[in-house]
Design a binder for this molecule. Structure first.
Ligand code: M6D
Length: 572
């Protein structure tokens, strides 16, 4: 039965006409304890995680009905299946078991096999390798230490490591106190650096510009290439890897490959065929989905960048969110609540997209990472039974860090015609304090807070009018511009506050969003863990590639594709 035929769905559709249209501003005025009712807190290992969802068009009734919807959709049973290693990715006949990769205990089984010993063995290999590279005991073919790491991968084999290495990029900081002579002391406590001396680079795009621009700055003698590909067949990655090999061999002998190329993959045969010694391969398994793979060997570039211990802290943070998701009751379950709010806006209030707005420059790739995480997982119209869904599934995910976004697209969120629910993410402490008195971080947080308040409150006609009158604007002029100065408000937001950004809290944050995606996929009755939608384009590209030849013409396609190919061929 379609979820839309349930009594819970019908009740929510009714509530959407009342509570869904009601004023959040008035709800706050009517209930001074609204925040207390609609926030959830975690404190793990000295780290605070606050999820405030009070600035939403909800009441207790709506939340209760949403939780009932999760119940009829069997979220709890499916959650147990995922953590129990069952093959819930049925179109690929695979378990969805990335949670095992960050498990802190000794047993997680799928298909009757405890996978923890294999996971620990790969982690031990990663630890040893990281220590050799970071300490410099691993040397390149001319005896020099490795200075630069290049991760060659795409999609899940790129975006996670890229996002996390950027997020934990805090190296030894500029000592602003020395630069600012009249410093009035540190307001922001200095946090521990994560990043070490190694340069980390990423090559993903098949555009030859990417590989060229990255490698031109590097030296073969001191560079390590990590070829990251679950399948080791991805066209972009193999093409880039071959180009990197060509670059390397222009200066080094074939025998030096073992010191400068390692592979992260599930496919031993293909790794060996590429010329990488399988001793230098870090394995993972088919039950790790690409977009959930940063917890596996795919995270090697992260571990190299911030050290193995910090990498394990990232996993530990994710594991703590796993336990919370698994065990916390629905009424205090953060990922479940994030998911239900998304369903509320997508399915009952017509929202088409969801904005992710981290007020933290270190998280500048966070939205890009979850574009794949969410849209490749839940961008599907076919239900598990093969029927077409007669409701919206995965939203469009987008976003940029604040405050930059405020000067770019927030106009549309404030006064546009669309409803755009948004997650605002920030940290209480900053890693950087250029003025010595915490000014930058106070301004950042003031903007973070002001935006969610402004989106909720809006500005009424009388408020806008009073402002204009105060500025002594002539009545005629006021009449003309007043409509443009009104903000309807009632724009919903969630606020997520972390005490600080560190490997542990980052792990928690990523895992929370992963589980949000899981819950939504269950409610929408789709398989969040396959990605057949990316295949068709790949197939056609393979067919077209030989037709792109200087001077040749084609008539094999529709008239547009033919004309485009011929236009290119005449100008190459
Ligand atoms: O890691 P490999 O196998 O190279 O795949 C890289 C990426 O390929 C894409 O087509 C998608 O399927 C992604 O989910 C995947 O992460």
């Amino acid at each position: 039965m379609s979820i839309t035929k349930t009594a819970e769905w019908a009740k929510l559709a009714e509530l959407a006409k009342t509570v869904g249209q009601s004023s959040i501003r008035e709800a706050f005025q009517a209930d001074p304890s609204r925040f207390d009712k609609f926030n959830m807190k975690l404190n793990e290992e000295g780290n605070d995680f606050l999820f405030d969802f009070s600035k939403n068009r909800i009441d207790e009734n709506v939340m209760a009905e949403l939780r009932n919807l999760a119940k009829v959709a069997n979220v709890d049973a499916m959650k147990k299946k995922m953590f129990g290693g069952e093959k819930i990715n049925f179109t690929e006949d695979r378990a969805v078991f990335h949670v095992a990769l960050r498990h802190q205990g000794d047993e997680m089984s799928t298909g009757g096999k405890n996978v923890m010993p294999d996971i620990r063995a790969v982690q031990a290999h990663m630890k040893e390798f990281c220590s050799e590279i970071i300490s410099g005991s691993w040397t390149g073919f001319t005896g020099k230490k490795i200075e630069n790491i290049v991760n060659i991968g795409i999609g899940g084999s790129d975006l996670g490591p890229l996002m996390v290495t950027e997020a934990l990029n805090r190296a030894a900081q500029l000592d602003w106190n020395q630069l600012v002579s009249n410093s009035i002391g540190l307001d922001c406590p200095a946090l521990k650096p994560f990043k070490n001396h190694l340069g980390i680079h990423f090559i993903s795009n098949v555009d030859g510009t990417h590989v060229s621009e990255v490698l031109k700055k590097l030296d073969q003698e001191t560079t390590l290439c990590i070829i990251a590909s679950k399948t080791f067949t991805t066209q972009e990655t193999i093409t880039n890897a071959n180009s990197a090999k060509r670059w390397f061999l222009s200066k080094a002998p074939e025998s030096a490959i073992a010191k400068h190329f390692v592979a992260l993959s599930t496919n031993k045969e293909k790794v060996a065929a590429f010329g990488i010694d399988t001793k230098n391969m870090f394995e993972f398994w088919d039950w790790v989905g690409g977009r959930y793979s940063l917890w596996s060997a795919i995270g090697l570039s992260i571990a190299l960048s911030v050290g193995f211990d910090n990498y394990m802290q990232l996993l530990k943070g994710a594991a703590s969110m796993d336990q919370h998701f698994l065990n916390a009751p629905a009424e205090s379950n953060i990922p479940l609540t994030m998911a239900l709010l998304g369903v509320w806006y997508s399915n009952f209030l017509g929202a088409e997209s969801h904005a992710m707005l981290p007020y933290d420059q270190y998280l500048h790739r966070f939205a890009a990472y979850f574009q794949q995480g969410d849209m490749e997982s839940n961008g599907k119209y076919v239900r598990r039974n093969g029927d077409e869904a007669d409701y919206q599934t995965g939203p469009i995910i987008w976003g940029e860090p604040g405050t930059n976004g405020q000067h770019a697209f927030y106009q549309l969120i404030h006064q546009g015609t669309r409803l755009i629910p948004a997650d605002f993410i920030a940290t209480c402490k900053s890693h950087n304090n250029p003025t010595g008195d915490g000014l930058h971080h106070r301004l950042l947080l003031a903007n973070f807070l002001a935006q969610t308040e402004a989106l909720m409150l809006g500005k009424s006609s009388s408020e806008a009018k009073a402002e204009l009158e105060k500025a002594n604007m002539p009545a005629e002029q006021i009449q003309k511009i007043l409509p443009h100065k009104i903000f309807k408000g009632n724009r919903p937001t969630n606020s997520i506050l972390l005490s600080e950004l560190n490997p542990f809290t980052l792990g928690q944050l990523i895992a929370a969003y992963e589980h949000k995606i899981f819950v939504q996929g269950i409610i929408w009755d789709i398989n969040s863990y396959d990605q057949w939608g990316v295949e068709l384009g790949k197939q056609l590209a393979k067919q077209i590639e030989p037709e792109i030849q200087k001077g040749s013409t084609t008539t094999a396609h529709d008239s547009s594709t033919n004309a485009l190919i011929n236009f290119i061929n005449a100008r190459m």
